[in-house]
Design a protein around this ligand. Structure first.
Ligand SMILES: Cc1ncc(COP(=O)(O)O)c(C=O)c1O
Ligand SMILES: N[C@@H](CCOP(=O)(O)O)C(=O)O
Length: 462
């Protein structure tokens, strides 16, 4: 299996090189040359399998340069850190299947992929006798999951940028209370989009990328998306009858999670629709419902991890929407840069609507959903999950089983949850013990040159 770029500018490379390249060297995103498929019989044969077995069955189809035994070990080690034996269990509440993705070390769905990616990096670096410098942007969850995914691993230095004051206090603490010498948190005076731009543009400087062996932990890294494909298949196996289609409702920011659902569908998973739920940062909802992809300003909401305008992985989907034509992808991103929007023709918009439906959920609706769901079912939703549940209430009528992805534990967003319920949130031990810990974090303006100088200074001093 080899990997190509959405922008057509690289010679296809094997999986391990794709993991290390992160952002494609031509500025695009890496994708497998073909998406492998499974038959309905193969899918049925995985029923009752453990999460780890399903993970191996899926991931091994995309990886042919790691021996099966080693890949199995990487998977076993990654999911041994989860507190639930089912890794990503599904619970049914009020007719809704909630796919709980928050049983990892930092209590958000990012752990599912970042535990795996951390181990994968360690494996590849040891094999090649190399070191690397990870550069990542976070609106709150990727950062802590990445830091905990690579913590204690040899030969890795990590720089994580977050928008200053715009994550939840728990998210900030999960990152900045890690004082290991190779972990560098940077609070940027700007938005998540500024952080993501700084990361992408610095990675686009190929000389700098090479000199510092820069690697990516964001979902621009294909391995992130790949690991997330697994839980769509696993959840389907728990919920659906043979051949039965389901709807997945996915609270969306950077389009990585829902793109993993799209890949699962292309592989052969019976899916009726992917329901893309946004908060007030609703550029993707506007795009899917009316073809209007025009970038606005990032708005602060109750679901801060989704306070994103320009979603990285949308480019991966556009590659398929544009019939795998890199020239059309390049044209779209040139237009985005020049005009702050991408124009879709009516045929393209109609094709998006065959796969996706979408709704945007505001602050009041998020609060109501958390409050009502608790009152009706006794189950506490975090604000991101509430956005997905509320959007599904609006769009997913009928008998098709509905699976809502629960992307974070409510205790990470206690202010929003208390505002919705008027009750304190039960605090897991891993969060309680963060209170009062010393923290370390530097500040930078939203400026690529400032980041470059910071990295050079830090790496020279270490
Ligand atoms: C808790 C939570 N929910 C949902 C999302 C959206 O996921 P994605 O960016 O993959 O669309 C994020 C982060 O992006 C998140 O941290
Ligand atoms: N919500 C994310 C934003 C970055 O998304 P990623 O999936 O591309 O890493 C976060 O929590 O940082």
């Amino acid at each position: 299996m080899r990997y190509l770029s959405t922008r057509g500018g690289i010679t296809p490379i094997p999986f391990k090189d794709a993991v290390m390249m992160g952002l494609a060297d031509d500025g695009g995103l890496l994708l497998p040359e073909t998406i492998p498929t499974f038959t309905p019989e193969e899918l049925e044969s995985w029923r009752g399998s453990s999460y780890q077995d399903v993970a191996f069955a899926i991931i091994s189809r995309f990886v042919d340069d790691i021996p099966a035994h080693d890949l199995r070990q990487l998977i076993e080690r990654s999911y041994a850190t989860f507190s639930h034996p089912g890794v990503t269990p599904v619970v049914k509440k009020d007719g809704v299947h909630i796919l709980e993705l928050f049983h990892g070390v930092t209590l958000a769905f990012k752990d599912v992929a970042l535990q795996f990616l951390g181990n994968l990096f360690e494996y590849i670096l040891a094999e090649r006798n190399e070191t690397m410098t990870i550069l990542g942007a976070t609106s709150g969850d990727t950062g802590s999951a990445a830091i905990h995914g690579v913590r204690g691993k040899k030969g890795i230095t990590i720089f994580i940028l977050h928008p200053e004051g715009k994550t939840s206090p728990v998210q900030a603490l999960q990152m900045t209370s890690v004082l290991d010498a190779n972990v560098h948190n940077i609070a940027v005076s700007g938005t998540f989009d500024d952080c993501q731009d700084m990361v992408k543009s610095l990675m686009g400087d190929l000389e700098f990328k090479k000199n510092y062996s820069l690697g990516a932990v964001n979902s621009i890294n294909w391995a992130r998306v790949l690991a997330q494909v697994v839980y769509y298949v696993y959840a389907w196996l728990k919920v659906a009858a043979p051949g039965q289609k389901v709807i997945f409702s996915v609270p969306t920011g950077n389009f990585g999670d829902i793109f993993a659902g799209y890949v699962a569908w292309q592989m052969g998973l019976p899916v009726e629709k992917l329901l893309l739920a946004t908060n007030e940062n609703n550029i993707l909802t506007r795009c899917i419902t009316s073809g209007d992809y025009s970038v606005g300003s990032v708005v602060q909401t109750l679901s801060p991890s989704m306070d994103i305008q320009v979603a990285s992985n949308f480019e991966r989907y556009l590659f398929y929407l544009f019939d795998r034509n890199p020239a059309r992808v390049k044209e779209a991103f040139a237009q985005l840069k020049a005009e702050g929007r991408i124009t879709f023709n009516s045929g393209e918009t109609a094709r998006m609507q065959q796969k996706f439906c979408s709704a945007s959920v505001d602050r009041e609706q998020t609060l109501q959903t958390i409050g009502n769901f608790l009152a009706e079912t006794g189950y506490l939703l975090d604000p991101h999950t509430a956005v997905g549940v509320r959007a599904a209430r609006e769009l997913a009528a009928g008998d098709t089983p509905l699976i809502c992805l629960s992307t974070a534990h409510p205790a990470k967003f206690d202010e929003a949850v208390i505002a919705a319920t008027g009750k304190p949130v039960p605090v897991p031990e891993s969060i309680a013990k963060l209170q009062g810990l010393p923290t370390r974090c530097d500040r930078l303006p939203a400026d690529q040159q400032a980041l470059r100088e910071y990295i050079v200074r830090t790496m020279t001093a270490s």
